[in-house]
Design a protein around this ligand. Sequence first.
Ligand code: FAD
Length: 359
Amino acid sequence: MEAKPKVFGHLLKEVVRANLCAGCAACVVSCDPGVLAFENEPKIKGKCTSCGTCYSVCPQTPTEKNLLELPEGAQTDPSVGSFLEALSVRSLDEEVLKRCQDGGAVSTLLLSLLEEGYLDGALLMGVGEEPWRPRAMVARTREEVLSAAGTKYTRGPLFLPLREAVEKLSLQKVAVVGVPCQVRAVRKMQRGDLPYPKLGERIRLVVGLFCMESFHHEKLRDFLRERLGVSFEEVAKFDIKKGKFICRLRDGQSKEIEVKALHECVNPSCTLCTDFTSELADLSAGAVGSPLGRSTVLVRTARGREALEILRRSGKAEIKPLAEFKPGLEGVKKVAGAKRTGADKEREKRKAEGKPLPP
Ligand SMILES: Cc1cc2nc3c(=O)[nH]c(=O)nc-3n(C[C@H](O)[C@H](O)[C@H](O)COP(=O)(O)OP(=O)(O)OC[C@H]3O[C@@H](n4cnc5c(N)ncnc54)[C@H](O)[C@@H]3O)c2cc1C
C-alpha cells in the first residue's frame, strides 16, 4: 500500500511551528486548489485536498530524488558542489554598475538573456514602498531588472508572483534569482510528479546567490537603529565585506558593525543551512573569491553554460577565469566550509537541547 503523502498539517508542525520556515512561499504558489495564503508564514484559508504538494516543494522538507543532474565534465567539491567553470565577472554596463551589489554579473546576464529572447521574464527580489522591505517581482524590461539590482539582506516571499507570471502573463521562459533555500524550492517544483507542474516547467534558468545567512527584517531595522543610530530610510546600500556589516548612507558616510553582532537578527532556518553557494543552481554568483567590484560566477549545468555564452557574445561583461584572482576558488571553499561547520554545530546543539530539526 502506498504511504499517504504528508500534507499541510505536517508542514505546519515540522517546519512552520518549528521555526524553520524559509519564508519563500513556494508552498503557497504551488497549492493546486489555491487554498494557501502568505501572511508572514503560510496559512490555510480553504479546504485542503491533501495532495501533499505544499509539503513536497518546501525547501526544508526531505526529498528522495536527486534534484540536479550533473553534466559531463563537472568538477565536484564537497564544500561548493559541482561546477563546470569558475569565473570572475564585471559588467561593462554603466547603469548596472551604479546599482548592482558587486560586479553586476546577475543583472547583466538577465539583461542579455531578455534581449536575446532566451527569457521572457525573471522572478527577482525588488523593494516595496517601505524602505528595504524585499518585494518579489517579475521583471520583463531593462528598467525592472535594474530596479531589483543590489542585495537586500532580509528575506521575502520570492515565489508569490510566479503563478500570476505563468497564468496571467503567460510567461514561458522565466529565470529565478534566489538564495540557496529558494533554489532548492525551484528544483523541488521541477520534479515533474506534482499535480500542478506548470510552475516548474516554465522556469528556464535558476541563478543562485552565495548566502551565509539572511536577517529578519524588523529585527535588523530595530538593531541598526539602536546600535548604530541608522534608519533604513538613510541607507543607500548594505554590504557585507570582511566580516563587517556595512551601511552606506545616502549622505556619503558609512557605518559598520561586526556581522557576528547581528546573530540575534539571523533567520533561524539559516543557522541550519549547509549550502553557501546555491549548489543546485544553473549558475551561482557571489562576492567571495573575487576582488571588490567583481562577481564570482560558478557555471554548473548545461543551461548555465548556454546562458553564460549569451552573456559572453553580448560583449556586455568582462569575463575572466576566477583562477586569475585571489583568493579565488580557495576563498569560496573556505567560506562554504565554515558555513557547513557552523550548521553542523548548530544541529548538534539543537539535538542536545531537544529543539526541532528539519525533518
Ligand atoms: C541574503 C543574501 C546574503 C548574501 N550573502 C553573501 C555572502 O555571505 N557572501 C557572498 O559572497 N555573497 C553573498 N550574497 C550575494 C551577493 O550579495 C550578490 O547578490 C552577488 O555577489 C551578486 O552580485 P551582482 O552584483 O552580480 O548582483 P546584482 O546585479 O546586484 O543582482 C542582484 C540580484 O539579487 C537578487 N536579490 C537581492 N536581494 C535578494 C534577496 N533578499 N533574496 C533573493 N534575491 C535577492 C535581486 O533580484 C537581483 O537580481 C548574498 C545575497 C543575499 C540576497
